[in-house]
Design a protein around this ligand. Structure first.
Ligand SMILES: Cc1cc2nc3c(=O)[nH]c(=O)nc-3n(C[C@H](O)[C@H](O)[C@H](O)COP(=O)(O)OP(=O)(O)OC[C@H]3O[C@@H](n4cnc5c(N)ncnc54)[C@H](O)[C@@H]3O)c2cc1C
Length: 249
C-alpha cells in the first residue's frame, strides 16, 4: 500500500436511503491517492491543520466508489455518538477532511483471479464490495463464480440496487438477499436474485457453497454478524486463509 494522504473535501450530495442510512458523496479539493477496491477512509467533522496539526477524532468508512472516480462515496448508518453528529451536520456544501487509503480487505489480493468467492454483507457492510462489483465484466463468471449474500433489516435498506440489478441480471454475480422484516417485490427486486425472509444464516450459506470450488469467504458488516459467520466457518474446519474479514468495531 502507498502512503496515505489527507484531503479536504466538499460534500456534494447526501441522500437518505431507509431511515438513518445515508449515501455521502465527497469532492476532494486535491488529488486522491491511489487506492484499491475494498479499502476504507477516515472522516472527521472537525478542523484539521495540514501544517502539522493533530488528526482530530474520526471514524472509518469503506470507500464505495471506484478507484479513479472524481468523487468519493461512503455510506453510513447512524449507530452511536459520532454518526449521530454526522447525521446532524453533513449537508451539501460542508467541508470535511478525510484521510486514505487504509486496510487490505482487497478481494483481488486475497483471492486468486480464478478462485470462487462468497461475499457476505450485512447492511452498509456491502460498501467495500461495491467498487469490486462495478468492475466486473459479464464474461468474468466463466472463470470464477462470485456469490453475494446480502442481509438487510428491511427492504427499503437495499443499497446500490441499480448496480446489483445489473451485475445479477447479466449473470456476473449470484445474488442472494435475506430480509429480516418485509419483502422486496416488483421493480425493487434485482433480476435473477433470490430473496429469502430472515437473517443471514451461516450454516445455509456454507451448505450452499458446496457447489463452488473451495471458495474464499469475505465477510463485512457489524461485529456480531462477523463473529457468527467466522465461528460457523471455522467450526467446519475451513482453513483460515479462506475466511477474510473487514471487522467493524
Ligand atoms: C474497516 C471498517 C469499515 C467500516 N465501514 C463502515 C461503513 O462503510 N459504513 C458505516 O456506517 N460504518 C462503517 N464502519 C463503522 C464505523 O466506523 C463506526 O465505528 C460505527 O458507525 C459506530 O458508530 P459511531 O462512530 O457513531 O459510534 P460511537 O459511539 O461514536 O463510537 C463507536 C466506537 O468508536 C470508537 N471511539 C470512541 N471514541 C473515539 C475517539 N475519540 N476516537 C476514535 N474512536 C473512538 C470506540 O471504539 C467506540 O466504541 C466501519 C468500521 C470499520 C472498522
Amino acid at each position: 500500500m502507498g502512503m496515505s494522504a489527507k484531503l479536504r473535501c466538499t460534500v456534494t450530495e447526501v441522500r437518505e436511503s431507509g431511515a438513518g442510512n445515508y449515501f455521502v458523496e465527497l469532492r476532494p479539493q486535491t488529488r486522491v491517492p491511489r487506492f484499491r477496491a475494498g479499502q476504507f477512509l477516515h472522516l472527521t467533522l472537525d478542523e484539521y491543520d495540514p501544517a502539522g496539526g493533530f488528526w482530530p477524532e474520526s471514524r472509518v468508512f469503506s470507500i464505495a466508489s471506484k478507484p479513479g472516480a472524481e468523487t468519493l462515496t461512503i455510506v453510513y448508518s447512524v449507530k452511536g455518538r459520532y454518526t449521530k453528529r454526522m447525521e446532524g451536520s453533513l449537508v451539501p456544501g460542508l467541508e470535511v477532511w478525510v484521510k486514505l487509503p487504509f486496510g487490505d480487505f482487497v478481494i483481488d489480493s486475497r483471492a486468486g483471479a480464478c478462485e470462487d468467492v462468497v461475499l457476505i454483507a450485512g447492511g452498509t457492510g456491502v460498501s467495500p464490495f461495491i467498487p469490486f462489483l462495478e468492475d466486473l465484466v459479464p464474461g468474468e463468471s466463466a472463470t470464477r463464480r462470485i456469490r453475494l449474500y446480502y442481509g438487510l433489516r428491511r427492504p427499503e435498506y437495499l443499497l446500490f440496487g441499480g448496480l446489483l440489478a445489473r451485475a445479477s441480471g447479466c449473470g456476473a454475480i449470484d445474488l442472494r438477499i435475506w430480509i429480516e422484516d418485509g419483502m422486496l417485490s416488483g421493480d425493487a427486486l434485482p433480476p435473477l436474485a433470490s430473496v429469502r425472509a430472515g437473517r443471514l444464516d451461516p450454516s445455509l450459506a456454507l451448505e450452499e457453497s458446496r457447489d463452488l470450488a473451495e471458495p474464499i469467504f469475505f465477510i463485512s458488516g457489524p461485529p456480531a454478524m462477523i463473529a457468527r459467520f467466522k465461528s460457523a466457518l471455522l467450526g467446519t474446519g475451513i482453513e483460515g486463509r479462506r475466511i477474510q474479514i473487514d471487522e467493524w468495531e
